[in-house]
Write a protein that binds this ligand. Sequence first.
Ligand code: F3S
Length: 64
Amino acid sequence: MKVIVKKDLCQGHAMCQYKSPELFELNEHGYNEMDPFEVPAGKEEAARRGAAACPEGAIVIVED
Ligand code: F3S
C-alpha cells in the first residue's frame, strides 16, 4: 500500500496527523507536504483513517 499526498490540495486542516500521527507529519506551516511513501506493514488502517479524515481529499491510498 502506498500513500500519495496531493500537496496542491492540502489546506492545512491537520486532520490527517490528528487521526494518524504515526504516519502523517506536517511542515512548519501546518501543511502536509510529504512525498509518496510506502505504508509500513500493520499501518494500513492508520493510513486509511488519515486519508479519510482529510476534508480536501488530498490523501490518496493506492492499494497493492
Ligand atoms: Fe492537509 Fe488534509 Fe492533512 S488538508 S493537513 S492533508 S487533513
